[in-house]
Design a protein around this ligand. Structure first.
Ligand code: PLP
Length: 226
């Protein structure tokens, strides 16, 4: 059976090949290992294989792992939905939040970020496929929220995140990733200093990298099926 270390090597090889195909330097893409539903021991195993950034969806589950792995220098990213009653805990325990979809949440995170920590790094989540059930800002709302979030003192707006609807072939996978990148480019032209396009998962990281992803969030291909 493939180990977490083997799987990480395979994912790095996929990132390498996708970067080569897109004529991008391999260092331009960061791998976020999505460890939701897997235990602290699995995270430790990935850490021992060199992985440093981990993504979690559920605040309560993440806190237990963060606590159990205090001895490791891990960068923790929240990528799942964030309710306002959890912002304080998140502001205290995480390094990044990718799933900001309301200005109010970013304001609370900024107010509640402890002074002794560096600013909390944020991405705005965008509902790029326009599905009624999915979370995220509508593309038309993003610019206004982005400018307001960028002005907050204790957070730093880094970019955009999306979870596109699954698509079968490569061209269909690329379309929503391209739409997110175009939105990102427009914000940068508009003066926002953004550097992070958080898109691409186990099934579509090649399409995301072809369209400019700077951070791919990979769970299944590293830890196995949930
Ligand atoms: C679970 C999850 C991932 C990882 O998905 P895989 O298909 O397992 O790679 C990435 N991003 C978000 C927001 C997720 O919830």
């Amino acid at each position: 059976m493939a180990t977490i270390k083997d799987n990480l090597q395979q994912v790095h090889a996929r990132i390498h090949d996708a970067c080569a195909a897109a004529q991008r330097p391999v260092q331009s893409v960061t791998l976020l290992a999505v460890s939701k539903t897997f235990d602290a021991q699995a995270v430790r195993e990935a850490f021992d294989a060199g992985q440093r950034a981990f993504g979690e969806n559920y605040v309560h589950e993440a806190l237990a792992k963060i606590d159990a792995l205090r001895d490791l220098q891990i960068e923790w990213h929240l990528i799942g939905p964030l309710q306002s009653n959890k912002t304080r805990t998140v502001a205290e325990a995480f390094d990044w939040v990718h799933s900001v979809e309301r200005l109010k949440i970013a304001q609370r995170l900024s107010e509640q970020r402890p002074a002794q920590l560096p600013p909390l790094q944020l991405c705005l989540q965008v509902n790029i496929s326009g599905e009624a059930s999915k979370s995220g800002l509508a593309p038309a709302e993003v610019a206004e929220v982005a400018h307001a979030v960028a002005a907050l003192p204790r957070v730093r707006l880094r970019g955009l995140m999306a979870i596109p609807e699954p698509a079968g072939d490569f061209a269909a996978q690329r379309a929503p990733h391209r739409a997110l990148r175009e939105l990102f480019d427009a914000l940068r032209r508009d003066g926002l200093a953004l550097d992070t396009l958080s898109m691409g998962m186990s099934a579509d990281l090649e399409a995301a990298i072809a369209e400019g992803a700077t951070l791919v969030r990979v769970g299944t291909a590293i830890f196995g099926t949930r």
